[in-house]
Design a protein around this ligand. Structure first.
Ligand SMILES: [Zn+2]
Ligand SMILES: [Zn+2]
Length: 311
């Protein structure tokens, strides 16, 4: 297999466009598309900008930080910073945290850690011991989103960047469609608008297939954590992963087509849904942005405390 551009030995076959690429041209191909995505998601007209990158130590967030740094570090008036959310999962988080710290140190980027224990009083392990019925992601998703927002707001960041690849992103789009959740569909990242107290999220890798993210990480020598969260059991997401992968095998380019459909339909949907579902209040307990009076994390913590008292 030869590189379609230079004839050198190819390392990757791009099934959805019929070309093959050598190491150099593969890396350029990824970088060019990430650069284009960053340009389309970030408004660079502001002065003294700051982008926070949420890094778990896994491949997606590590490549996100690496590429944001590579593409943007020469810009004046732009600061790049990184943080890791520590859920308190024995044996799993510590490995990711070490890899995240190492990468930040190599790139010369400031790295912070924000933990469930310090902010909510419980580690995820403790929560899972108290509540044996609920799947971990129902607690963890809102907690993580809220802490990401808290630390980005605290550090005065204009954007928080997440490592979401094309596979994850196209799954999330279809999951919202299948649930009929129009308002969540309309509110998906990337966010171009700033809402009170909510730092806009950007997704530089949202058009890079997972396979390409892994290969890019390996070729650029990024040492990432490849372990899975021990609580991972998102059965529903796995169903969507299987369906989309099957479609992609039969018709290469399907994942891109799903994102294209999303990009083209979202503006119309956004204009159509009532503005009420977009307005946010401040949680009466913790002050976090919420559509209701009490945020879902405070409600969840209240039920955890009740469960703990009852046992
Ligand atoms: Zn080449
Ligand atoms: Zn709250």
């Amino acid at each position: 297999m030869e590189c379609s551009i230079c004839g050198a030995q190819a390392v990757y076959e791009v099934k959805y466009n019929g070309s093959s690429l050598c190491k150099k041209h593969f890396m350029e191909y990824v970088e060019k598309r990430v650069k284009r995505e960053i340009r389309s998601q970030v408004n660079f007209s502001r002065k003294n900008m700051k982008i926070s990158v949420a890094i778990s130590g896994g491949k997606d967030s590590s490549v996100t930080l690496y590429l944001i740094n590579k593409i943007l570090s020469n810009r004046r008036n732009l600061e790049i910073t990184a943080f890791t959310v520590d859920e308190g999962i024995e044996g799993y988080r510590s490995t990711g945290l070490q890899k995240a710290e190492k990468l930040c140190k190599n790139l010369g980027i400031k790295h912070d850690v924000i933990s469930y224990k310090e902010n909510y009083g419980y580690t995820l392990d403790e929560i899972m011991k108290i509540d044996k019925k609920t799947i971990s992601c129902s607690h963890c998703g809102p907690m993580r989103r809220q802490l990401m927002n808290k630390i980005s707001e605290y550090s005065n960041s204009d954007y928080v960047a997440l490592g979401i690849n094309l596979d994850d992103y196209s799954q999330s789009i279809l999951m919202n469609v299948a649930k009929g959740d129009v308002s969540r569909y309309a509110r998906m990242a990337p966010h171009s608008y700033v809402r009170d107290g909510l730092v806009p999220r950007i997704l530089p890798l949202r058009k890079i297939p997972e396979k390409e993210v892994v290969l890019y990480a390996l070729l650029s020598g990024i040492d990432f954590d490849s372990s899975w969260c021990p609580y991972y059991s998102m059965a529903q997401r796995n169903t969507f992963r299987d369906i989309i992968d099957k479609l992609e095998r039969e018709t290469p380019g399907t994942k891109f087509a799903i994102v294209k459909f999303f990009d083209e339909t979202r503006p119309a949907i956004k204009n159509n849904i009532s503005s009420e579902s977009i307005i946010l209040n401040k949680c009466k307990i913790c002050g976090a942005p919420t559509p209701g009076e009490i945020c879902e994390v405070c409600e969840d913590m209240e039920s955890i405390r009740n469960l703990e008292r009852a046992t």
